[in-house]
Design a protein around this ligand. Structure first.
Ligand code: NAP
Length: 172
């Protein structure tokens, strides 16, 4: 399960999860469903209509890129022995969630980790390079802008809701 699957980070996560044979549920707004299905998502949930932590489903691994839930909610949606990962960012619940983590609130066999920046290593980069060169990992680019329209690109980005990446100066 990838929460926030349709933004800048999510489409990479969806494709990498598919590469490893996972059955993937992507949560985002419904405008991104076609794109998410096109990169392999098996199921999609519209976060504006449904709270994935309350639909009775259980997931073996949750990667939360959006970060709008408290740890109590995730616990409900994790199957036993499942893992929860957060993408590091300024999501409002990151800090309180990690305070809870430090007192092992998630409990039992359910684990929680933070995906934070770490230096690239050759092994990981070679792996990503191989996926890209073989066409198994394709960047999702919402729109392309020539360099002299970079201000317009940022305006579009700031309005919110871009799918995947905005690309400066590609293909022009
Ligand atoms: N981009 C990077 O290269 C990068 C690298 C490392 C870490 N990060 C961190 O990772 C986080 C996400 O980055 P991003 O670039 O992927 O951001 P993003 O492009 O804004 O993507 C976030 C996605 O989550 C969706 N979303 C918003 N509210 C949601 C909710 N309540 N439930 C589920 N999905 C929701 C957004 O949809 P809407 O269009 O409806 O808003 C959007 O598609 C940030 O905190 C960032 O700091 C980013």
């Amino acid at each position: 399960m990838i929460n926030g699957a349709g933004g800048g980070v999510g489409p990479f996560a969806v494709q990498i999860a598919k590469y490893f044979g996972a059955e993937v549920t992507g949560v985002d707004n419904s405008k991104k469903f076609d794109m998410l299905r096109s990169i392999g998502a098996d199921y999609v949930i519209d976060y504006t209509q449904e709270d994935f932590t309350k639909n009775g489903q259980h997931y073996d691994l949750i990667l939360d890129i959006a970060g709008y839930h408290m740890i109590f909610d995730y616990r409900r949606a994790l199957s036993s022995n499942a893992n929860l990962f957060f993408s590091w960012g300024f999501q409002i619940y990151n800090f309180p969630n990690f305070v809870y983590r430090s007192i092992n609130f998630i409990g039992g066999s359910k684990k929680m980790s933070l995906m934070a920046w770490k230096p690239n290593n050759k092994e990981d980069l070679d792996f990503i390079k191989e996926l890209i060169e073989s066409g198994k990992l394709v960047p999702v680019i919402d729109r392309c802008y020539p360099l002299n329209e970079v201000a317009e690109a940022f305006r579009y980005f700031e309005e919110g809701h871009p799918q995947g990446k905005n690309c400066d100066n590609c293909g022009t």
